[in-house]
Design a protein around this ligand. Structure first.
Ligand code: CDP
Ligand code: CDP
Length: 224
């Protein structure tokens, strides 16, 4: 039997992480974990409860009483928050614009990392986020850092929003993505950065298939 390894995919917003991670996981029959969805789910719950996102104490009180489950679905991952499907709600603009403030807190990250490591215990996992190769799965056999120009990433998100029938403005998206990247890269705890040993792939001019092929190539090299 082929060895079941861990694959860590990190990178800035809208670089294509979740799209390619999901396809790679399907090809290998691995589980796929979108860690961004976990921070988004907590942010959604905190906003719904009117919590102060600056308060680590308030956020931790909520997180300790929160169950987040990630299930494979037909068109992407299904996110259950305390048993309720919030897959659409966690992509709302209000959540997107607040999530990086929630993800800055050390105690929140510590708890999320613990839960993510538990999901990956048995191997056979593709996990995407910002700190997977650096903190969550530092021993992952394959580490990838996906990049693309901010213009291209905003354009892709814009196209995606229009396809889904969501309101979308390209200039606002570009500003929001750049602002989120800055907060994620400059925070003190587990900032977004390329892990040592990670292979950088600039996807600006690559199709989804080309990126998937590159990651599959790296993976097959490791599992023989
Ligand atoms: O899909 P998109 O690139 O818009 O973002 P995401 O992967 O859903 O992540 C949303 C936010 O969660 C990021 O901007 C980070 O602030 C935070 N995040 C994080 O801090 N660490 C992770 N491992 C994943 C996400
Ligand atoms: O997970 P992350 O935020 O990094 O990005 P994503 O949600 O997987 O990808 C953002 C959008 O870019 C999606 O609509 C993908 O279909 C699209 N995409 C693309 O057009 N070409 C790629 N090489 C990768 C993603």
């Amino acid at each position: 039997m082929m060895k079941r390894i861990s694959i860590a995919i990190d990178g800035p917003a809208a670089a294509g992480k979740s799209t390619v991670a999901k396809i790679v996981a399907e090809k290998l029959s691995y589980i796929y974990i979108d860690t961004g969805a976990m921070y988004r789910a907590l942010t959604y719950k905190a906003i719904s409860k009117g919590a102060c996102l600056e308060s680590e104490g308030e956020l931790m009180e909520i997180l300790s009483a929160t169950e987040i489950e990630l299930l494979p679905g037909e068109s992407g991952q299904i996110v259950l928050l305390d048993g309720q499907d919030v897959s659409t709600e966690i992509r709302m603009e209000q959540v997107t614009n607040s999530v990086s403030f929630v993800a800055r807190h050390e105690a929140v990250r510590k708890e999320m990392v613990k839960r993510q490591q538990r999901f990956a215990e048995k191997g056979g996992v593709v996990m995407d986020g910002r700190d997977i190769g650096t903190h969550v799965l530092p021993d992952a056999e394959v580490k990838v850092f996906l990049l693309a120009s901010v213009e291209k990433r905003a354009q892709r998100r814009h196209t995606e929003n229009i396809q889904k029938g969501f309101p979308s403005n390209l200039d606002t998206l570009m500003e929001d993505i750049a602002r989120r990247d800055k907060i994620d890269s400059e925070r003190e705890v587990a900032p977004l950065k390329k892990a040592s040993g990670a292979i950088e792939i600039d996807t600006t001019l690559l199709s989804i298939q080309q990126v998937v092929d590159k990651i599959m190539g790296l993976t097959l090299e490791r599992i023989g």
